[in-house]
Design a protein around this ligand. Structure first.
Ligand code: PLP
Length: 372
């Protein structure tokens, strides 16, 4: 029985090995490893991909969110509205900026921030909304941007899972004031190590981020502000440049696999992903929902198919975040999602035969079980 992993980075490497080896060798030969021509070129190319004026490479998605918040001047005493159905990093970054995360529930169809909850979460301290384009699907930007404009709030997009996703034909990342991407290896665009980027059309914010990522330097050895060290390195930038060229084709392959899942699982009784109007989804994850999630996961695993759960414990119920003061039951859609979501294997190199085998097994499970 062929084992199907949830992700397969080795398979992707085999398809680009020669290009990567040449790019890495060129960096070694030049002998400059920090903030040089590869990073500058990647920043130009990634800004063009996102349709924005500026991209700044950093060392992780968490750093990208942290610096984006800091560049907006967010700090102690400020509140930032976001969601608990996300990677803990989203909320960790808000706390790194010393602001208080205010968590609202998700829209259960879209699985992203429910804009109808914003009014209730708004206080005189609210400075920003931080929507997460989870699983590769844009959050409800229309309503979020309108609310932010009406209340003079920053919008900071968490695009860690949505490289290339679009709303109204424009990529995510350029809609809010500033946005953060992660290049964690498993992302749609992943480095071979950690990496991230901030993108924005706002030149002043871009300049602040550039300073903050390197000790607050305005010029070498002169710190205009108190900064950090969150630089992207040349090796990762060189790797990301190669992979960025393949990203549109990889996203298409993900979309084709998702369409196959949609087709083969239609009528199964499972809740399948929905694509909101005016958006393109880039399927960082293909997430189904069912009550008997753990049973199905075990059944698939026994059949050599390994799935994942994003995420089993929402941030407000994590042991470390009890001080935020949200009891069990306070974010019902979020808590239900944590119990029901299952991410099926999805990566560009997954064969259509294997995707069909996964669906066959899921349908077999559905036949054996009622009320799943
Ligand atoms: C939605 C979201 N935000 C933020 C991050 C943080 O990115 P990184 O792991 O690169 O710090 C991730 C990735 O784990 C993520 O999925």
């Amino acid at each position: 029985m062929e084992i199907i992993p949830p992700i397969n980075l080795k398979a992707q490497y085999e398809t680009i090995r020669a290009e990567i080896e040449a790019a890495v060798a060129a960096v070694f030969a030049r002998g400059v490893f920090i903030l040089d021509q590869e990073t500058e070129a990647f920043e130009r190319e990634f800004a063009a991909f996102c349709g924005v004026s500026h991209a700044i490479g950093v060392d992780s998605g968490t750093s990208a969110l942290h610096l984006a918040l800091r560049a907006c001047g967010i700090g102690p005493g400020d509140e930032v509205i976001s969601v608990a159905h996300t990677a803990v990093a989203t909320i960790a970054a808000i706390e790194m900026s010393a602001a208080r995360p205010v968590l609202v529930d998700i829209d259960p169809q879209r699985m992203t921030l429910d804009p109808s909850r914003l009014e209730q979460a708004l206080t005189s301290r609210t400075r920003a909304i931080l929507p997460v384009h989870l699983y590769g699907c844009p959050a409800d930007l229309d309503a979020i941007l309108a609310f932010a404009r009406a209340h003079n709030l920053f919008v900071i997009e968490d695009c860690a899972q949505a490289h290339g996703a679009t709303w109204r034909g424009q990529p995510v990342g350029g809609w809010g004031d500033i946005a953060a991407f992660s290049f964690y290896p498993t992302k749609n665009l992943g480095a071979y190590g950690d990496g991230g980027a901030i993108v924005t059309n706002n030149t002043a914010l871009a300049e602040k981020v550039r300073q903050l990522r390197q000790y607050g330097w305005k010029e070498r050895y002169i710190s205009e502000s108190k900064g950090f060290n969150c630089r992207l390195d040349e090796l990762q930038a060189a790797i990301l440049r190669i992979k960025l060229r393949h990203l549109p084709a990889w996203n298409t392959q993900r979309q084709e696999l998702a369409a196959l899942y949609d087709q083969l699982l239609a009528g199964s009784g499972l809740i399948l992903p929905t694509i909101p109007i005016d958006t393109t989804h880039v399927y960082h994850q293909y997430v189904i929902k069912l009550e008997k999630r753990d049973h199905l996961r075990e059944f698939l695993s026994k059949n050599g198919i390994h799935s994942l759960v994003h995420y089993p414990v929402p941030v407000h119920l994590q042991p470390a975040y009890q001080d935020l003061g949200y009891a069990t039951g306070s974010l019902p859609n979020t808590e239900q999602a944590a119990l029901q979501v299952l991410s099926l294997p999805l990566y560009p190199e997954l064969s259509h035969e294997n995707a069909a085998r996964i669906c066959e097994k899921i349908l077999e499970f559905a036949k054996l079980n009622t009320n799943f």
